[in-house]
Design a protein. Sequence first.
Length: 167
Amino acid sequence: MSAEPGPPLPQPITSVKSPFRMDYTYVAGAGRSVFLRGLAERKLLARRCPGCSQVYLPPPEFCSRCLTELEAPFELDGRGTIATFCVVSFPFPGQTIEAPYVVAHIHHHGADTRLMHLIGDVAPDEVRIGMEVEPVWVGEDQLTTSMTSIRHYRPTGVAIGSESTRA
Ligand SMILES: [Zn+2]
């Protein structure tokens, strides 16, 4: 059996244009609703698990580790440190922020979980893991029950941890 040369292979398809629309309703649940309502009042509300002491921000209703109902919400001061981050430096469809910009996981003081948000008021190449940041809230008329109530986080000017310093 010998291999006959067949027709030339077609070029690989790398993209397809297609109209796409999806409407959905997000149900926050009892736990996250408290957190989202807090955002409309410039409050970051966390909850502690009475079983394992894990502090959640944002808090669900039940601990994901031991399934215990979390304690009453309490307010954090909003400050935290950058646990990790990435610099988005390329445009993509639907993007609402001009690149480059920084998205970070923020480890709030007093919480055990991380919250993801934008980092602003600092050049992307100045952002460091361990950098302390604080929320920059939108104006009174723009506050709502969503993360958009926080415009971004900005450095407090205090570096915590040796990993935050330049090599
Ligand atoms: Zn727990």
